[in-house]
Design a protein around this ligand. Structure first.
Ligand code: NAD
Length: 495
């Protein structure tokens, strides 16, 4: 089955920070892939805007290199080469200072200034704020001053959205001065993953799972986002942030919401986001005994966290594990264990819904312990798997064995189904289509900070340093204890 590509309307996309790392690694390659797939037509315009003084041709070279680096290059294939040239002909560049006057008139001239009132003349304008959050307010204000913040305009903002509740509120206020909430697209690229959306399809498109999706049948849920790399070149940024702010408050919380939310009445942006918000608001505060933070130590010739960030005293966590409880009818009594960290055993992210034991085993001891586990794998490969218990084939008696039911349906849907668009491709196309379902609403982000802030404050006032853990491990031993003491265990971190 070939996935259908529905072309989007012509649009102008301005990438502020167009010469930055995110534009190079993600945004420009994603746009090229959508163009190559026929979703972006030749009438679109993509405008890089940043402080560097570049000509259009130089920026096109930058874009071509970015696409090549991402592995989407033309190679020596003539058709692909022609495709790349056509894509680059839609790309332009403006030298612009978010904080000054430089370049704004040029941008206005390039995209035509304020839209005329006649609706037929209007086309979608998206402004991607791929710059530090300190510039969001300046950009919003200048877009407004130049008449570019009309009803057809959308802004896309990247994480981090604040570093605590107060700063997130401030950012929301700054943006709300010139843009309506329906025009603001806060990116969490985890929500753009194919499997995350498939999770909603599996939950709400089937009769099978929803009746079991509660504390009566689900023993617990585990969410793991493990990286095998350290902080590397991002040390400076990361050390001011840490795993709680960088991962838990956004990506893991979003996954928790999708797993735990009630079925929305419709699959529409506000209906989905209302339900997600209710989950966050139903979370109990995390008690200090239910959270473990860690920091990787040096081993095998690889530097430890403190060496990497250049601060021998740093108490920033590169790992956090916690037990969350949701106080509502559906989930009271079912814990959600979440962990994320760097320099762990492997790069592997998954959500595991672990169902309860059968009320009585008719197979006795010989049958062994078996549980159904629904695993939603997010990284490195995406897919959904349901572990079911069956009889081990052969004449050896009634021995039971767990086998995975693969629900990625790669075979049923054909080879194209495995060629998922990258999360950024899907999310940028959603911005152009005006679909906010996979973007975080301002109140959601604030509620998530309101939940994580007390944990971080507790660490800051408590003065206890994070626990050390070895590179290639599953984090500090205390994280294992978090589950052991409840008679449960983490799943292996493996791709
Ligand atoms: P970067 O430092 O590589 O690039 C910043 C860009 O902003 C450059 O193009 C620079 O010219 C431009 N810029 C800086 N000051 C400016 C000014 N006054 N006026 C106009 N342009 C200005 O940063 P990045 O890694 O591309 O990240 C951009 C944003 O995306 C940040 O908010 C970051 O937190 C977020 N983000 C980045 C990644 C990533 O993988 N790089 C991932 C998630 C989120």
């Amino acid at each position: 089955m070939v996935s259908r590509v529905i072309p989007v309307e012509p649009f102008d996309l301005v990438v502020f920070g167009g010469t930055g790392d995110l534009a190079r690694r993600k945004i420009l390659p994603a746009l090229f892939r959508r163009f190559r797939a026929g979703q972006i037509g030749p009438d679109a315009r993509i405008i890089g805007a940043a402080r560097s003084e570049l000509e259009d041709a130089e920026y096109r070279d930058f874009a071509a290199e970015a696409i090549t680096e991402a592995g989407y290059d033309a190679g020596c294939d003539d058709d692909a080469s022609e495709m790349l040239s056509r894509f680059l002909s839609m790309v332009a560049y403006v030298t612009l200072d978010a904080r000054g006057d430089t370049g704004w008139d040029d941008l206005e001239t390039l995209i035509g200034g304020p839209h005329p009132e006649a609706t037929a003349e209007r086309r979608v304008r998206a402004f991607y704020f791929s710059v530090g959050p300190g510039l969001f307010g300046d950009l919003a204000e200048r877009l407004h001053d130049h008449g570019l913040s009309d009803a057809e305009s959308r802004i896309v903002v990247e994480k981090p959205f604040g570093r605590d509740l107060a700063s997130a509120r401030e950012l929301n206020l700054v943006l709300a001065r010139h843009f309506d909430e329906t025009q603001i697209y806060r990116i969490d690229h985890y929500l753009g993953k194919e499997t995350v959306q498939n999770l909603m399809a599996v939950r709400f498109g089937n009769m099978l799972f929803e009746p079991l999706w509660n504390s009566q049948y689900v023993d617990h849920i585990q969410i793991t986002v493990a990286e095998d790399v350290g902080v590397g070149g991002r040390g400076g940024y990361y050390d001011r942030s840490g795993a709680m702010r960088d991962m838990m408050q956004n990506h893991l919380m979003q996954l928790l919401c999708l797993i735990a939310m009630e079925p929305p009445a419709k699959f529409d942006p506000d209906a989905v986001r209302d339900e997600k918000l209710k989950v966050i608001r139903a979370l109990d505060p995390v008690t200090p005994g239910d959270v473990v933070r860690g920091q990787y130590t040096g081993s095998d010739g690889r530097p430890g966290y403190r060496e990497e960030v250049g601060d021998p005293e740093s108490t920033t966590e590169s790992f956090v594990a916690l037990k969350a409880r949701i106080s509502n009818w559906r989930w009271a009594g079912t814990p959600f264990y979440m962990r994320t960290g760097k320099r762990l055993r492997e790069r592997a992210s998954e959500i595991a819904v672990v169902f309860k034991d059968t009320p009585h085993s008719i197979f006795g001891v010989e049958g062994g312990d078996h549980r159904n586990i629904l695993t939603i794998k997010l990284q490195p490969n995406e897919g959904i798997e349901l572990g079911v218990t069956i009889k081990e084939p052969g004449p050896g008696g009634m021995r039971l064995v767990d086998v995975p039911l693969d629900m990625t349906f790669a075979e049923a849907l054909g080879p194209d189904s495995a060629d998922f668009p990258d999360a950024y491709e899907r999310l940028i196309m959603d911005v152009i289509r005006g679909n906010q379902t996979l973007f975080m609403r301002g109140d959601e982000v604030e509620a998530a900070w309101a939940w994580t802030d007390p944990v971080i404050e507790d660490w800051q006032t408590g003065g206890e340093p994070p626990l050390g853990y070895e590179t290639g491990s599953a984090g500090p031993d205390d994280a294992l204890m978090l589950m052991h003491r409840d008679g449960r265990r983490w799943r292996d971190i493996k791709a």
